[in-house]
Design a protein around this ligand. Structure first.
Ligand code: F6R
Length: 250
């Protein structure tokens, strides 16, 4: 496990984009696992910049997003499909047919989840997964209590996640209460994982994820067991780590 502490959000985003650019150059048809949320926005902006500068191409890149709200149409401005189009896909040379986000409006949600796992498998599995972290330690929408071997499934969002996400909706009542999400088992199957975290509000979750015991109380703590795991975090998110001095500085 590698922990890289960056001065601030911009450095965290640049450092993570460097890792992504290297991997895309090494494998042009790489399978990326992608996340939404505020934290990876800087990474996506940097990837757009590097793509426009001609340094990397997404022409053969394939992507699978972690999750999507249930009951929210892809063209709804709070859907995760919409977010990905806005922040990344519409601005790079990717073939949208190669981009996948679970369909939260599917008639048969269980079949949608099983089919999503099948598609990932057929693509050869995720080579590089980007993750954010919830203030409660969730990754994707694998909330506290999620099993370590969980697969893509229909999940109930916790009260704390609904509250965290309400900033993006007109009121807390409008926040969807369920999502389709990769499970911890699905996430751990990725060949390489990078988790980004910024701000003091993530400091407790990062301390539990990096230095806490591996436990369903903090789903991100299971990432410690992955053989190719890097946490790229800013100083504020690192502020509650006991061994902060012993980790790499960007
Ligand atoms: C989003 C996702 C979530 C977020 C997490 C942090 O696809 O899977 O786990 O990564 O909720 O969100 P932000 O970055 O907005 O704090």
């Amino acid at each position: 496990m590698r922990v890289i502490i960056c001065k601030d959000y911009d450095e965290m985003s640049r450092k993570t984009a460097e890792i992504f650019a290297e991997r895309i150059k090494a494998k042009p048809d790489i399978v990326l696992g992608l996340a939404t949320g505020s934290t990876p926005e800087g990474l996506y902006a940097e990837l757009v910049r590097i793509n426009k500068a001609g340094e990397i191409s997404f022409k053969q890149v394939r992507t699978f997003n972690l999750d999507e709200y249930v009951g929210v149409a892809p063209d709804h401005d709070q859907s995760y499909r919409y977010f990905m189009n806005e922040k990344l896909f519409d601005h790079v040379d990717i073939d949208k047919a190669n981009t996948h986000v679970p369909n939260g409006k599917a008639d048969d949600l269980a079949a949608e989840c099983a089919g999503y796992e099948e598609k990932m498998k057929a693509a050869g599995g995720v080579d590089l997964q980007i993750l954010g972290i919830g203030s409660n330690g969730h990754v994707g929408f694998a909330e506290p209590g999620s099993p370590k071997d969980g697969r893509t499934s229909l999940v109930d969002l916790t009260e704390s996640t609904i509250k965290d996400n309400s900033r993006l909706f007109d009121s807390v009542d409008e926040v969807p209460k369920q999502a389709l999400s990769m499970g911890i088992g699905t996430i751990l199957d990725a060949k390489e994982i990078v988790l980004v975290a910024s701000k003091e509000s993530k400091a407790d979750a990062i301390a539990a994820a990096v230095e806490g015991a591996s436990s369903t109380d903090c789903p991100a703590s299971f990432l410690q067991e992955h053989g190719n795991m890097t946490f790229v975090i800013d100083e504020a998110a690192a502020s509650k780590l006991k061994s902060a001095d012993s980790y790499e500085k960007a």
